[in-house]
Design a protein around this ligand. Structure first.
Ligand SMILES: Cc1ncc(COP(=O)(O)O)c(C=O)c1O
Length: 362
Protein backbone atom coordinates (compact mmCIF):
# COMPACT_ATOMS: atom_id res chain seq x y z
CA UNK A 1 0.00 0.00 0.00
CA UNK A 2 1.30 3.46 -0.86
CA UNK A 3 0.12 6.22 1.48
CA UNK A 4 -0.49 9.57 -0.20
CA UNK A 5 -2.90 10.56 2.56
CA UNK A 6 -0.49 11.79 5.19
CA UNK A 7 -0.27 15.47 6.10
CA UNK A 8 3.20 15.44 7.61
CA UNK A 9 6.81 15.25 6.41
CA UNK A 10 8.22 11.74 6.09
CA UNK A 11 11.59 13.04 7.35
CA UNK A 12 12.63 12.69 10.97
CA UNK A 13 13.23 15.80 13.08
CA UNK A 14 16.73 17.17 12.29
CA UNK A 15 19.51 15.97 14.61
CA UNK A 16 20.48 19.36 16.06
CA UNK A 17 16.87 19.86 17.21
CA UNK A 18 16.79 16.46 18.89
CA UNK A 19 20.17 17.25 20.49
CA UNK A 20 18.78 20.51 21.88
CA UNK A 21 15.89 18.60 23.41
CA UNK A 22 18.24 16.07 25.00
CA UNK A 23 20.43 18.86 26.38
CA UNK A 24 17.35 20.60 27.81
CA UNK A 25 16.24 17.39 29.50
CA UNK A 26 19.71 16.82 30.96
CA UNK A 27 19.82 20.40 32.24
CA UNK A 28 16.37 19.94 33.75
CA UNK A 29 13.17 21.01 32.06
CA UNK A 30 10.66 18.97 34.00
CA UNK A 31 8.75 21.90 35.45
CA UNK A 32 5.82 23.99 34.27
CA UNK A 33 6.76 26.93 32.11
CA UNK A 34 4.73 30.14 31.88
CA UNK A 35 1.32 29.36 30.33
CA UNK A 36 2.16 31.38 27.20
CA UNK A 37 5.52 29.66 26.76
CA UNK A 38 9.14 30.18 27.74
CA UNK A 39 10.55 33.69 27.23
CA UNK A 40 13.15 32.13 24.87
CA UNK A 41 10.60 30.54 22.57
CA UNK A 42 8.25 33.52 22.58
CA UNK A 43 11.19 35.78 21.65
CA UNK A 44 12.43 33.35 18.97
CA UNK A 45 8.93 33.09 17.50
CA UNK A 46 8.52 36.89 17.52
CA UNK A 47 11.87 37.29 15.73
CA UNK A 48 10.97 34.65 13.14
CA UNK A 49 7.57 36.23 12.49
CA UNK A 50 9.00 39.75 12.34
CA UNK A 51 11.60 38.65 9.79
CA UNK A 52 8.87 37.18 7.59
CA UNK A 53 6.22 39.86 8.03
CA UNK A 54 8.12 43.04 8.81
CA UNK A 55 6.10 43.34 12.01
CA UNK A 56 7.23 44.54 15.43
CA UNK A 57 6.01 41.72 17.64
CA UNK A 58 7.66 41.22 21.01
CA UNK A 59 7.71 38.10 23.18
CA UNK A 60 4.67 39.56 25.01
CA UNK A 61 2.53 39.59 21.87
CA UNK A 62 3.17 35.88 21.21
CA UNK A 63 1.57 32.84 22.85
CA UNK A 64 2.88 29.31 22.37
CA UNK A 65 0.30 26.52 22.17
CA UNK A 66 0.18 22.77 21.58
CA UNK A 67 0.51 22.92 17.78
CA UNK A 68 -0.92 25.42 15.32
CA UNK A 69 -4.29 23.65 15.49
CA UNK A 70 -4.44 24.40 19.20
CA UNK A 71 -3.42 27.99 18.45
CA UNK A 72 -6.36 28.31 16.06
CA UNK A 73 -8.73 26.66 18.53
CA UNK A 74 -7.76 29.01 21.36
CA UNK A 75 -7.80 31.97 19.01
CA UNK A 76 -11.35 31.42 17.78
CA UNK A 77 -12.59 30.49 21.27
CA UNK A 78 -11.16 33.76 22.57
CA UNK A 79 -12.24 35.86 19.63
CA UNK A 80 -15.75 34.80 18.64
CA UNK A 81 -19.13 35.45 20.17
CA UNK A 82 -22.03 33.22 19.22
CA UNK A 83 -23.10 33.87 15.66
CA UNK A 84 -19.94 35.75 14.64
CA UNK A 85 -18.91 34.93 11.10
CA UNK A 86 -15.50 33.89 9.80
CA UNK A 87 -14.76 33.88 6.08
CA UNK A 88 -12.83 30.82 4.97
CA UNK A 89 -11.65 30.50 1.35
CA UNK A 90 -12.33 27.00 0.06
CA UNK A 91 -11.15 24.36 -0.77
CA UNK A 92 -9.80 24.47 2.77
CA UNK A 93 -8.44 22.42 5.62
CA UNK A 94 -11.49 21.00 7.37
CA UNK A 95 -10.41 22.21 10.82
CA UNK A 96 -11.12 25.88 10.06
CA UNK A 97 -14.89 25.53 9.70
CA UNK A 98 -15.01 22.88 12.43
CA UNK A 99 -13.12 25.02 14.96
CA UNK A 100 -15.11 28.16 14.10
CA UNK A 101 -18.36 26.22 14.59
CA UNK A 102 -17.13 24.73 17.90
CA UNK A 103 -16.38 28.26 19.10
CA UNK A 104 -19.99 29.23 18.38
CA UNK A 105 -19.17 31.03 15.15
CA UNK A 106 -20.43 30.55 11.64
CA UNK A 107 -17.93 29.61 8.93
CA UNK A 108 -18.69 31.33 5.62
CA UNK A 109 -16.96 29.55 2.76
CA UNK A 110 -15.83 31.60 -0.23
CA UNK A 111 -15.03 29.42 -3.20
CA UNK A 112 -11.80 29.76 -5.15
CA UNK A 113 -11.12 28.15 -8.52
CA UNK A 114 -8.32 26.09 -10.03
CA UNK A 115 -8.75 28.13 -13.23
CA UNK A 116 -6.81 31.01 -11.69
CA UNK A 117 -4.70 29.04 -9.23
CA UNK A 118 -7.22 29.33 -6.36
CA UNK A 119 -6.56 33.05 -5.96
CA UNK A 120 -8.74 35.33 -3.85
CA UNK A 121 -10.77 38.15 -5.39
CA UNK A 122 -12.09 41.35 -3.93
CA UNK A 123 -15.66 40.88 -5.24
CA UNK A 124 -16.27 37.43 -3.73
CA UNK A 125 -14.69 38.39 -0.41
CA UNK A 126 -16.55 41.70 -0.18
CA UNK A 127 -19.84 39.96 -0.99
CA UNK A 128 -19.30 37.53 1.91
CA UNK A 129 -18.79 40.28 4.52
CA UNK A 130 -21.74 41.06 6.80
CA UNK A 131 -22.00 43.11 10.01
CA UNK A 132 -21.25 39.85 11.85
CA UNK A 133 -17.94 39.14 10.09
CA UNK A 134 -15.02 39.07 12.52
CA UNK A 135 -12.24 37.49 10.50
CA UNK A 136 -10.95 36.23 7.18
CA UNK A 137 -8.72 33.15 7.27
CA UNK A 138 -5.73 33.10 4.92
CA UNK A 139 -3.74 29.93 4.47
CA UNK A 140 -0.92 30.40 1.97
CA UNK A 141 0.38 27.95 0.86
CA UNK A 142 -3.03 26.33 1.11
CA UNK A 143 -3.85 22.88 2.34
CA UNK A 144 -5.13 21.08 0.17
CA UNK A 145 -4.43 22.93 -3.10
CA UNK A 146 -0.81 24.02 -2.59
CA UNK A 147 -1.84 27.46 -3.88
CA UNK A 148 0.26 30.47 -2.90
CA UNK A 149 -1.53 33.82 -2.89
CA UNK A 150 -0.16 36.48 -5.22
CA UNK A 151 -0.07 40.25 -4.87
CA UNK A 152 -3.58 40.78 -6.24
CA UNK A 153 -5.09 38.31 -3.80
CA UNK A 154 -3.31 39.97 -0.87
CA UNK A 155 -4.40 43.40 -2.04
CA UNK A 156 -7.98 42.17 -2.33
CA UNK A 157 -7.89 41.08 1.31
CA UNK A 158 -6.28 44.37 2.33
CA UNK A 159 -9.01 46.34 0.54
CA UNK A 160 -11.75 44.36 2.30
CA UNK A 161 -10.06 44.97 5.66
CA UNK A 162 -9.70 48.71 4.97
CA UNK A 163 -13.39 48.90 4.12
CA UNK A 164 -14.45 46.87 7.17
CA UNK A 165 -12.66 48.13 10.26
CA UNK A 166 -14.05 45.42 12.57
CA UNK A 167 -12.65 42.57 10.48
CA UNK A 168 -9.32 40.86 11.25
CA UNK A 169 -7.20 38.62 9.05
CA UNK A 170 -6.02 35.35 10.55
CA UNK A 171 -3.07 34.03 8.57
CA UNK A 172 -2.14 30.40 9.06
CA UNK A 173 1.38 30.35 7.62
CA UNK A 174 2.35 26.87 8.75
CA UNK A 175 3.59 25.99 5.20
CA UNK A 176 5.24 29.34 4.37
CA UNK A 177 8.79 27.96 4.27
CA UNK A 178 7.71 25.26 1.80
CA UNK A 179 7.20 27.32 -1.37
CA UNK A 180 8.61 26.36 -4.77
CA UNK A 181 9.55 28.76 -7.55
CA UNK A 182 7.23 31.62 -6.59
CA UNK A 183 7.47 34.35 -4.01
CA UNK A 184 5.62 33.87 -0.73
CA UNK A 185 3.87 37.07 0.28
CA UNK A 186 3.08 38.31 3.75
CA UNK A 187 -0.12 40.31 4.27
CA UNK A 188 1.49 42.79 6.72
CA UNK A 189 4.26 43.42 4.18
CA UNK A 190 1.76 44.03 1.38
CA UNK A 191 -0.36 46.23 3.66
CA UNK A 192 1.74 47.54 6.57
CA UNK A 193 -1.10 49.88 7.59
CA UNK A 194 -3.12 46.79 8.56
CA UNK A 195 -0.40 44.99 10.54
CA UNK A 196 -2.26 45.39 13.84
CA UNK A 197 -5.34 43.71 12.36
CA UNK A 198 -3.43 40.65 11.14
CA UNK A 199 -3.24 37.75 13.58
CA UNK A 200 -0.35 35.47 12.73
CA UNK A 201 -0.61 31.72 13.38
CA UNK A 202 2.50 29.68 12.70
CA UNK A 203 4.58 26.84 14.09
CA UNK A 204 7.36 24.35 13.58
CA UNK A 205 5.36 21.22 12.68
CA UNK A 206 5.67 21.09 8.90
CA UNK A 207 8.88 23.03 8.18
CA UNK A 208 11.03 21.27 10.72
CA UNK A 209 9.42 17.81 10.56
CA UNK A 210 8.16 18.30 14.12
CA UNK A 211 4.47 17.38 13.90
CA UNK A 212 4.66 15.14 16.96
CA UNK A 213 6.35 17.71 19.18
CA UNK A 214 3.20 19.87 19.16
CA UNK A 215 4.37 23.48 19.09
CA UNK A 216 2.43 26.28 17.42
CA UNK A 217 2.23 29.99 18.13
CA UNK A 218 0.06 33.04 17.64
CA UNK A 219 1.07 36.70 17.45
CA UNK A 220 -1.52 39.42 17.64
CA UNK A 221 -3.06 42.23 19.67
CA UNK A 222 -2.07 42.00 23.35
CA UNK A 223 -5.71 41.75 24.62
CA UNK A 224 -6.31 38.78 22.35
CA UNK A 225 -3.07 37.05 23.43
CA UNK A 226 -4.10 37.67 27.05
CA UNK A 227 -7.54 36.13 26.48
CA UNK A 228 -5.91 33.10 24.85
CA UNK A 229 -3.57 32.85 27.85
CA UNK A 230 -6.57 32.81 30.21
CA UNK A 231 -8.22 30.05 28.20
CA UNK A 232 -5.01 28.03 27.92
CA UNK A 233 -4.33 28.53 31.64
CA UNK A 234 -7.50 26.60 32.43
CA UNK A 235 -7.02 23.87 29.85
CA UNK A 236 -3.58 22.66 28.75
CA UNK A 237 -1.38 25.15 30.65
CA UNK A 238 1.96 25.33 28.80
CA UNK A 239 3.06 23.30 25.80
CA UNK A 240 5.59 20.61 26.82
CA UNK A 241 8.76 22.28 28.11
CA UNK A 242 11.10 19.94 26.23
CA UNK A 243 9.25 20.55 22.97
CA UNK A 244 9.55 24.29 23.54
CA UNK A 245 13.33 23.94 23.95
CA UNK A 246 13.46 21.93 20.71
CA UNK A 247 11.42 24.60 18.91
CA UNK A 248 13.88 27.31 19.99
CA UNK A 249 16.68 25.27 18.37
CA UNK A 250 14.55 24.83 15.23
CA UNK A 251 13.87 28.55 14.85
CA UNK A 252 17.28 29.89 15.84
CA UNK A 253 19.63 27.11 14.67
CA UNK A 254 21.07 26.31 11.24
CA UNK A 255 18.43 26.09 8.52
CA UNK A 256 20.33 23.67 6.21
CA UNK A 257 18.03 20.77 7.02
CA UNK A 258 15.01 22.87 6.03
CA UNK A 259 16.69 23.64 2.71
CA UNK A 260 17.49 19.95 2.19
CA UNK A 261 13.89 18.87 2.89
CA UNK A 262 12.58 21.69 0.71
CA UNK A 263 14.79 20.54 -2.19
CA UNK A 264 13.62 16.96 -1.83
CA UNK A 265 9.93 17.98 -1.67
CA UNK A 266 10.37 20.07 -4.80
CA UNK A 267 11.81 17.13 -6.79
CA UNK A 268 8.90 14.92 -5.73
CA UNK A 269 6.45 17.70 -6.53
CA UNK A 270 7.76 17.84 -10.09
CA UNK A 271 7.51 14.07 -10.45
CA UNK A 272 3.99 13.91 -9.04
CA UNK A 273 2.72 16.84 -11.12
CA UNK A 274 4.18 15.36 -14.29
CA UNK A 275 2.83 11.89 -13.53
CA UNK A 276 -0.68 13.09 -12.70
CA UNK A 277 -0.87 15.36 -15.74
CA UNK A 278 0.06 12.42 -17.97
CA UNK A 279 -3.09 10.57 -16.88
CA UNK A 280 -5.88 11.19 -19.39
CA UNK A 281 -8.68 13.52 -18.17
CA UNK A 282 -6.95 14.35 -14.87
CA UNK A 283 -6.61 18.12 -14.47
CA UNK A 284 -4.13 19.65 -12.08
CA UNK A 285 -3.26 23.22 -11.24
CA UNK A 286 0.44 23.17 -10.36
CA UNK A 287 0.82 23.40 -6.59
CA UNK A 288 3.46 25.96 -5.53
CA UNK A 289 3.67 25.23 -1.84
CA UNK A 290 3.15 22.79 1.06
CA UNK A 291 3.45 19.12 -0.04
CA UNK A 292 0.13 18.36 -1.71
CA UNK A 293 -1.24 17.87 -5.20
CA UNK A 294 -4.98 18.37 -5.62
CA UNK A 295 -6.04 16.95 -8.99
CA UNK A 296 -9.52 17.23 -10.46
CA UNK A 297 -10.62 13.66 -11.13
CA UNK A 298 -14.26 14.48 -11.79
CA UNK A 299 -14.05 12.88 -15.26
CA UNK A 300 -13.87 9.52 -13.48
CA UNK A 301 -16.80 9.94 -11.06
CA UNK A 302 -20.51 9.62 -11.66
CA UNK A 303 -20.39 6.21 -13.36
CA UNK A 304 -19.03 3.04 -11.79
CA UNK A 305 -17.81 5.08 -8.82
CA UNK A 306 -20.37 7.61 -7.69
CA UNK A 307 -18.19 10.29 -6.09
CA UNK A 308 -14.69 11.16 -4.91
CA UNK A 309 -15.13 9.14 -1.70
CA UNK A 310 -15.96 6.04 -3.74
CA UNK A 311 -13.07 6.88 -6.06
CA UNK A 312 -10.64 6.98 -3.12
CA UNK A 313 -11.95 3.52 -2.13
CA UNK A 314 -11.49 2.34 -5.71
CA UNK A 315 -7.87 3.54 -5.74
CA UNK A 316 -7.23 1.78 -2.46
CA UNK A 317 -8.85 -1.41 -3.65
CA UNK A 318 -7.55 -1.59 -7.25
CA UNK A 319 -4.32 0.39 -6.94
CA UNK A 320 -3.38 -0.05 -3.28
CA UNK A 321 -2.91 3.71 -3.04
CA UNK A 322 -4.40 5.80 -0.21
CA UNK A 323 -5.56 9.34 -1.07
CA UNK A 324 -7.92 11.78 0.65
CA UNK A 325 -11.27 12.55 -1.04
CA UNK A 326 -11.67 16.20 -2.02
CA UNK A 327 -15.11 16.51 -0.47
CA UNK A 328 -13.39 16.55 2.94
CA UNK A 329 -11.98 19.90 1.80
CA UNK A 330 -15.30 21.08 0.27
CA UNK A 331 -14.13 20.15 -3.24
CA UNK A 332 -16.07 17.13 -4.51
CA UNK A 333 -14.56 15.56 -7.62
CA UNK A 334 -11.00 16.15 -6.41
CA UNK A 335 -8.51 14.05 -4.44
CA UNK A 336 -5.58 15.17 -2.30
CA UNK A 337 -2.22 13.44 -2.61
CA UNK A 338 0.71 14.19 -0.34
CA UNK A 339 4.22 13.89 -1.75
CA UNK A 340 5.70 13.70 1.74
CA UNK A 341 6.87 10.21 0.86
CA UNK A 342 9.81 8.73 -1.06
CA UNK A 343 10.41 9.43 -4.74
CA UNK A 344 10.03 5.68 -5.41
CA UNK A 345 6.57 5.80 -3.80
CA UNK A 346 5.63 8.92 -5.76
CA UNK A 347 6.51 7.27 -9.07
CA UNK A 348 4.99 3.90 -8.30
CA UNK A 349 1.86 5.34 -6.65
CA UNK A 350 1.07 7.71 -9.51
CA UNK A 351 1.58 4.86 -12.00
CA UNK A 352 -0.88 2.72 -10.03
CA UNK A 353 -3.42 5.56 -9.91
CA UNK A 354 -3.20 5.82 -13.70
CA UNK A 355 -3.80 2.09 -14.05
CA UNK A 356 -6.71 2.05 -11.58
CA UNK A 357 -8.35 5.02 -13.32
CA UNK A 358 -7.87 3.36 -16.73
CA UNK A 359 -10.11 0.53 -15.48
CA UNK A 360 -12.90 3.10 -15.04
CA UNK A 361 -12.41 4.65 -18.46
CA UNK A 362 -13.19 1.43 -20.30
C1 LIG B 1 -3.31 24.40 7.14
C2 LIG B 1 -2.89 23.74 8.40
N1 LIG B 1 -2.80 24.46 9.53
C3 LIG B 1 -2.45 23.90 10.69
C4 LIG B 1 -2.16 22.55 10.76
C5 LIG B 1 -1.84 21.94 12.08
O1 LIG B 1 -0.55 22.18 12.49
P1 LIG B 1 -0.04 21.59 13.90
O2 LIG B 1 0.39 20.18 13.63
O3 LIG B 1 1.08 22.48 14.29
O4 LIG B 1 -1.19 21.63 14.84
C6 LIG B 1 -2.25 21.75 9.62
C7 LIG B 1 -1.97 20.31 9.69
O5 LIG B 1 -2.37 19.52 8.88
C8 LIG B 1 -2.61 22.36 8.41
O6 LIG B 1 -2.69 21.66 7.27
Amino acid sequence: MIAFGVGEPDFDTPEHIKDAAIAAMKKGCGKYTAVSGTPELRAAAAADLNAAHGTAHTAESVIVSVGAKHSLFNLFMAMLDDGDEVIVPSPCWVSYPEIVAMAGGKPVLVETSPDDGYQLHYESLARAVTPKTRAIVLNSPTNPTGAVYGKEAMEAVARVLRENKEVYAVTDDIYRKLVYGVEWLSLPRVAPDLADRVILVDGVSKTYAMTGWRIGFTAGPKELIKAMDTLQGQSTTNAAAVAQAAAVAALTGAQDSVLAMHGEFDKRRHAMVEGLRAIPKVKLHEPRGAFYCFPDVSAYVGGKVKDDVALAEWLLDKGRVAVVPGSGFFAPGFIRLSYATSMANVNEGVKRIGEALALLAG
